[in-house]
Design a protein around this ligand. Structure first.
Ligand code: F6P
Length: 491
């Protein structure tokens, strides 16, 4: 076996590291703090919701795996521990790291830059320094805990420098990276003062996965333009300091999906079906329930959706007696300025719409600034005749996939932005451009008035797509591709 080169500065959590054959690295660990009375709480932690952990948990236990990430409490050191059969390696973040690395560079520089500059990205050298420093800490933790020749899978935009840092410290590792959000075209990416370092960081991986093939194409065009990389068939021969090829980095689309089994099972539970009926009764039994479910993020097109809905009320195309819009907006990144502004704007708009159109009996928009457990989400999906996904840019949008999966009777209509990654797979949705408010209004009315036969035809096709492509398939396809031998044509 190839000799393992250890990073001298890699000791971060424990003096003697466990060796793991498979490691996942993400900004957050897949557990949240909880109190004993909360369901699923074990020793003060419970598994976070979401398909990623469900998909990777079996692989973790089978291969002596571990997950590296932040545990969610600023300034607190937590020793490695096990939860639900998964070994967890916490990385510490200070209050200052949260401010500069997470709220700053990750969510006020990269996030808007990678989402079509819907909000203006800010470029600050202190944020960049923190991003490098924190990425180094994550890379060190992995380098310290990975067994010789281990497979490492780095997740998302907060950790784009980790692949290269790891490659330098541990050339024996097989390194994958998956970007959960879009990758911008080079014309936009060009704005980033540290664009070369980011591309260089990602090219440290053997395989860089994206949601859409357009994202993979954008990345490779940037590699060519900003690093002068020679790209053939979405592959780059990455050179070391001596000019020799160290490895081949490939870019490819792997559209992420959801835990289909979990959502389908919940959607068939009698108490959840009853809860959906209850929701409809609570709203006064309207003919049509429309639903939006988003993190309160400016990329989600919530303002566009509300504008279109308000105009439909004003035009008399929908009335508060016949229709109810539920908007779940879960709190997100509340200390970042653009998110604060968005919340004010959305809440002002909802207040304005409700003040204008509500009656004593009916409310135009039920606005819920909360997060709900998955059981309640599935009840909402079952209650909703029309699902509105109007993102201005979205890596994938798993809410769209969850809604379709929950519609076990093949009814309901999905209005879906063409700027969400899900549009590549859910071609039978009512696709639209959310910037075109008249087009959005027409599409909403088409969904409201859709005949059952057409709804069933569309829903059946979309359900088939998702049922065949769940999150397990996503992770196994990525890991199979990561471990494939790539033919080197320069040797
Ligand atoms: O979509 C990217 C993502 O990082 C998801 O992985 C995550 O669920 C979401 O954004 C919210 O992230 P956070 O609350 O950690 O900023």
């Amino acid at each position: 076996m190839e000799a393992t080169k250890r990073a001298d500065h890699a000791v971060s959590n424990t003096a003697t590291a466990a060796e793991h054959d498979f490691m996942v690295v993400s900004n957050r660990l897949p557990v949240d703090r909880c109190t004993a009375e909360e369901s699923g709480c074990e020793d003060g932690w419970r598994r976070s919701p979401g398909g990623l952990v469900t998909a990777l948990a079996p692989m973790m236990t089978k291969t002596d795996g571990a997950w590296v990430g932040w545990h969610g409490a600023p300034d607190e050191t937590v020793e490695p521990f096990s939860h639900g059969g998964i070994d967890l390696v916490p990385v510490q973040l200070s209050t200052q790291d949260i401010e500069l690395f997470y709220e700053g560079f990750s969510n006020a520089t990269l996030w808007p830059l990678y989402h079509d500059v819907i909000a203006p990205p800010e470029f600050h050298r202190t944020w960049w320094d923190a991003y490098r420093r924190v990425n180094r800490r994550f890379a060190d933790a992995v380098a310290h805990h990975a067994a010789p020749g281990a497979t490492v899978w780095v997740q998302d935009y907060q950790l784009q420098l980790v692949p290269k840092m790891l490659r330098d410290a541990r050339p024996d590792l097989r390194i994958g990276f998956f970007n959960h959000i879009p990758f911008p075209p080079p014309e936009i990416f060009a704005q980033l003062p540290w664009r070369q370092a980011i591309i260089d960081g990602l090219l440290g991986a053997d395989l860089v996965g994206f949601q859409r093939s357009s994202d993979a194409g954008n990345f490779m065009r940037s590699a060519r333009r900003f690093l002068g990389a020679s790209v053939k068939q979405q592959q780059v021969h990455v050179k070391g300091g001596d000019g020799a090829t160290t490895h081949i980095a490939r870019a490819q689309a792997f559209p992420i999906s959801i835990d289909v089994q979990q959502i389908s099972e919940l959607a068939r539970r009698p108490e959840i079906i009853e809860r959906a009926r209850q929701i409809r009764r609570d709203l006064g039994n309207p003919k049509t329930i429309l639903l939006g479910v988003d993190r309160l993020d400016y990329t989600k097109g919530i303002r566009h959706r509300l504008k279109a809905y308000e105009e439909l009320l004003a035009d008399g195309k929908v009335t508060v007696e016949d229709a109810a819009l539920i908007q779940v907006a879960s709190p997100s990144r509340e200390r970042v300025e653009q998110y604060r502004l968005l919340r004010e704007e959305v809440e002002g708009t909802v207040g304005h719409i409700n003040g204008t159109y509500d009656t004593m009996q009916n409310t135009a928009v039920r606005y819920l600034h909360h997060s709900y457990p998955v059981e309640e989400m599935v009840a909402l999906y079952l209650a909703a005749d029309v699902m509105l996904v109007t993102a201005l840019r979205d890596g994938m949008n798993l809410v769209a996939k969850e809604y379709v999966t929950a519609r076990t009777n093949n009814d309901g209509a999905l209005v879906l932005s063409e700027f969400a990654g899900a549009a590549d797979q859910l071609k039978q949705a009512l696709l639209m451009n959310p910037h075109d408010i008249d087009g959005l209004k027409d599409t909403i009315m088409k969904a409201v008035n859709m005949q059952p036969a057409e709804a069933a035809r569309r829903m059946r096709a979309m359900r088939k797509q998702i049922l065949d492509h769940d999150v397990d398939r996503w992770s196994s396809e990525f890991l199979t591709a990561l471990n494939e031998k790539v033919i080197r044509d320069d040797t």
